[in-house]
Each structure stands twice: as structure tokens, then as C-alpha cells.
Write a protein that binds this ligand. Structure first.
Ligand code: FMN
Length: 202
């Protein structure tokens, strides 16, 4: 069982965070979710799921959405004193999915305006696995420089893009390709997509 922190920011692709949390819970892992205020807005905009505005509402509705599993915790985005904000918290990895360019910029420059930035910064200083799923198009030179700076210090950059060799037929199959690549990096088993030449023998 792994303990994974999942940050959900206000980039398009709320479904990526929603499915990642779902698959981690289904795999028996412990998930600590943090939603930025923009992440909450895009969750409502794209998934039609209104989580509310206060932390108590967001926590209650997010837990309810997943049918109140024992291993799901929700931290407030402005709670810098949360247990997971400390490097001493026993955490295996952090994923930010979807990750906005604003959050990429903050992390790349060591700016901590919310708990997502803080935990990402802690992950970097503790040399823990940190995986970002950025979503923007086209990417500006600023975005690319920030992503390169993070990649160069070992942060995994998994863009929200799909391969086509598994012949996706639905939008969810496209989403699950990216989620599956994140699970690969977390070393969490899954059957979310057919791998290149899988089942063809040697
Ligand atoms: C519907 C919607 C879609 C958005 N899509 C993106 C996106 O794909 N990438 C991005 O970087 N920002 C996107 N934004 C803008 C971010 O939400 C905005 O920059 C916000 O400040 C990000 O803050 P956060 O990183 O703390 O969540 C979108 C905003 C809205 C309302």
C-alpha cells in the first residue's frame, strides 16, 4: 500500500485527477487530495460536479463522490499546517493532475502560495517522486523553460497526451492512457491500456 498525494489544479482535464484518485483507491492505496480553488471551479465546469466553496463542503462532497472510502483524505489548499505539508510525513509520492502552467511556474520558482506548491516544494527537497501532468497548448517559451527546469532536477513531466497505438475509441481511453503512464511511474499495477505489442509474443 502506497501513500500518494494528488494535487488537482485549474488546468483543463479535471477528469485526469478524478480518475487517478479513483484508480489509486481501487488499488488499495492511501490518497491525500488537495484541490486548488481553480481546480474546484474546473471540476464543476468540466465534470458537472459542484464541490462547494468552503473547505468543509469541498471535503465532504469530494469524499461523497468516491463513496467515503477509508483511505481518502482531503486537505485544504490554504492549510500550510496540514500534516502532509511537512517533510516528516510518510509519503511515497506526489502527483499533480491536471497541473496548470501557473502551478508549474510557482513550483519551478520555489513560490508556495498554496498547499499544492508547498508539498511539491517539500517533495523536491526530500528528493521524493514528484509527477506533474501539465495541460496547456500551445506551450510558450516560459512554460517550456519552467518544465525543463523541473525535469532537470528529476521531476517527472507526463503531458496530458495520448499514444494511438492502443487504438483508443473513447475519450476515457485517451484519458486513461495518461493516467496509466502516471501509475507506471508510481509502480502501481494497472490494466488501463494495451501496451505496445502486448499479446503479440516475442
Ligand atoms: C475552464 C478552464 C480551463 C482552464 N484550462 C487551463 C489549462 O488547460 N492550462 C492552464 O495552465 N490553465 C488553465 N486554466 C487557467 C487556470 O485555471 C488559472 O491559471 C489558475 O490561476 C490556475 O491556478 P491553480 O494552478 O492554483 O489551480 C483554465 C481555466 C478555466 C476556467
Amino acid at each position: 500500500m502506497k501513500t500518494i498525494i494528488v494535487g488537482i489544479t485549474g488546468a483543463s482535464g479535471a477528469v485526469l485527477g478524478e480518475r487517478l484518485v479513483r484508480f489509486l483507491l481501487e488499488g488499495g492505496h492511501e490518497v491525500h487530495a488537495i484541490l486548488s480553488p481553480s481546480g474546484v471551479s474546473v471540476f464543476r465546469e468540466e465534470l458537472g460536479i459542484g464541490l462547494g466553496s468552503s473547505h468543509a463542503e469541498i471535503r465532504k462532497n469530494f469524499l461523497k463522490h468516491y463513496k467515503n472510502p477509508k483511505r481518502l483524505f482531503v486537505a485544504a489548499a490554504d492549510d500550510f499546517a496540514a500534516r502532509i505539508s511537512s517533510g516528516s510525513a510518510p509519503v511515497d509520492a506526489m502527483v499533480i493532475a491536471p497541473c496548470s502552467m501557473s502551478t508549474v511556474g510557482a513550483i519551478a520558482h520555489g513560490v508556495t502560495l498554496n498547499l499544492i506548491h508547498r508539498v511539491a516544494s517539500v517533495s523536491i527537497k526530500e528528493k521524493r517522486t514528484l509527477i506533474l501532468v501539465p495541460r496547456e497548448s500551445p506551450l510558450s517559451p516560459i512554460h517550456l523553460k519552467n518544465l525543463l527546469a523541473l525535469s532537470e532536477i528529476g521531476v517527472h513531466i507526463v503531458p496530458a497526451t495520448t499514444a494511438f497505438y492502443h487504438k483508443p475509441k473513447t475519450a476515457l481511453e485517451i484519458v486513461d492512457f495518461t493516467v496509466g503512464r502516471v501509475l507506471d511511474l508510481l509502480k502501481v499495477e494497472h490494466r488501463l491500456f494495451k501496451r505496445w505489442r502486448e499479446g503479440e509474443g516475442e
